[in-house]
Design a protein. Sequence first.
Length: 277
Amino acid sequence: MTEASGLPAYFLRPGSSFVDFLADHDPSMFDRARHAQPVDVPHGTTIVASQFADGVVMAGDRRATMGNVIAQRDIEKVYPADEYSVVGIAGTAGLAVEMVRLFQTELEHFEKIEGTSLSLEGKANRLASFIRGNLGMAFQGLAVVPLFAGYDHAQEKGRIFSYDVTGGRYEEHDYHAVGSGSPFARGSLKKLYRVDQSDVDAVRVCLQALYDAADDDSATGGPDLTRGIFPVVYIVDAQGVRRLAEEDMQALVDQVVAQRYRRPDGPVADETGEAQS
C-alpha cells in the first residue's frame, strides 16, 4: 500500500499495457494455463485474407469442430480489433475468443492512457506477445494461431500478419490463409488473386477460397444455404473497419454457388490472370 492514496503500488505504476497491469494485479489468471491438462475442446478453422488496391479483406468460415464432431455451425472467427484492424482466429476456439477480447481491451486501454492509438506494426507486435504468453497451453495441444490485418495509414495500404504458436510474427503479401483448410484456400487465393482487384473482387476471391477449403477439408464449413449461415467478412480501408451486410453476403454467396453448379471445381485463371467461371 502507498501511504498517500491507500492504493497498491501497481495501481500507480506508469505504463499503458493492460496486460502488464493485470499480471501485477492477479498473476494467477496467467498461471492457470501452466497447470492445464489436455482436453478435447472445439477448434476453429480456416481464415483467409486478401489485399486490394485500397485495403484488405478478411473472411472466416463458421464451423467449429471437436475431433470428428461438428461442435458449432455458426461460430464467428473474425473480429474487429479496433477501428482500423481485424483479427481472425484459428485453433482452440474458447482460448482464441478470450485472447481477442483481451487484445481489444489492450488496444483500447493503450489509446485511453496514451491519447493515441498504436501503429499497425505496434498492434501486430502486441498480439505476438499475447500468443507467446499462451505457449504453455500450446504445448498441451491448445494452440491459438490468429491472422491479423489492418490499414496502415503511414504506408496507405492494407497489410496482413501471420503468426506461429511461439509468437513469431510474419508479414504476408497479397494474401494468406491459416487453419486446417489453409493449404486448399491458399491454392485458390494464388490462382484468383489480382493486384488491381477491388474490394468486391477481394471478397469474391476470399469466398471462393473458403469454398475450396470446405470442399477438401472436413473441418471447414461451406456456406449453409438451408440455415442461412454464411462466412463472416470484414473490409478494412482508410475509412475504417466494416462488416459486409448479411444481404450483400447472401447475394455474393448465391453467385459463387451458381458458378459452382457450372464448374464444381471453381473458377480458373486464364493467361491474362482473369478468373474464368
